[in-house]
Design a protein around this ligand. Structure first.
Ligand code: HEM
Length: 230
């Protein structure tokens, strides 16, 4: 099913929002929070990998993977490979980002998995992984029969949209949680850092909205309905 508007122009807006979001999260962690590191005496630097990798990896690369059927003018088989490779990169960066949050907690003697954000996070990365494996087996290798692929496709799209919306919502929750911690330890509620973090979350949500809108729009080549022939 496609809505009666063209997806391509919306993907341009989404790319612009992706660049804005990536720049904003980088300014936050590098300029305001002191940088990122896997090994450091200052454990906050380990945590800082988390927001960057979750936004850039899971949300932005994942969103680009979702939009690739609508944003690229290539053969379907090529787009399929781009779709699965970008999703694999999104999952790997997401896993490293989550590992950084655990590493920061373990090395700072903070409990793990105490928040709604962390429970949703584990659920999202697990569902994302399951979705990738099942998509790979059914649509790529060893690849189901045409009937099986046709039957699985709407579920693949529905489940993918569900997990992606959940991920965008959880990223917003993560920004809120971290900013609340920072505000309780002294940063100004209307200061430049607080505004930057809140607007990064706004840009993240807008990006997610344009990703979903582009999924629902028409592909740019009239007879090339990505969903029917995946
Ligand atoms: C969809 C993207 C995200 C996922 C899947 C995710 C997942 C997780 C997980 C699983 C943890 C638990 C780590 C532990 O218990 O040791 C966690 C912790 C945390 N995350 Fe995220 N995260 C995401 C995005 C973000 C973003 C963008 C921020 C913004 C700063 C953030 C802030 C936090 C904070 C403050 C914690 C530590 C407190 C807590 O455990 O709730 N997260 N995240």
């Amino acid at each position: 099913m496609a809505m009666e508007y063209r997806a391509l122009p919306l993907t341009f807006l989404a790319h612009a929002l992706a660049i804005a979001g990536a720049v904003m999260v980088l300014v936050w962690v590098l300029y305001y929070r002191g940088g990122m590191a896997w090994e450091a005496a200052n454990k906050n630097l380990i945590f800082n990998l988390h927001p960057f990798l979750m936004l850039f990896g899971l949300i932005i690369i994942g969103g680009e993977a979702i939009m690739s059927y609508k944003s690229l003018t290539l053969k379907k088989e090529v787009k399929k490979v781009i779709h699965l490779v970008l999703h694999a990169i999104a999952i790997i960066l997401g896993c490293v980002g989550i590992a950084a949050a655990f590493k920061n907690h373990n090395e700072s003697n903070i409990a793990n998995l105490y928040s709604l954000h962390s429970w949703l996070g584990i659920t999202i990365i697990s569902l994302y992984g399951i979705q990738w494996i099942y998509g790979f087996l059914v649509f790529f290798y060893p690849k189901g029969s045409p009937t099986l692929r046709m039957e699985c496709l709407p579920w693949h799209v529905l489940f993918g949209i569900f997990v992606y919306i959940l991920a965008v919502g959880n990223a917003a929750l993560g920004f809120l949680e971290k900013l609340t911690f920072l505000e309780s330890s002294g940063i100004a509620k209307y200061g430049p850092e607080a505004l930057l973090v809140n607007f990064t979350a706004v840009v993240t949500v807008l990006y997610g909205a344009f990703v979903i809108l582009s999924v629902l729009g028409r592909a740019h080549v009239e007879d090339d309905d990505s969903y029917s022939a995946i």
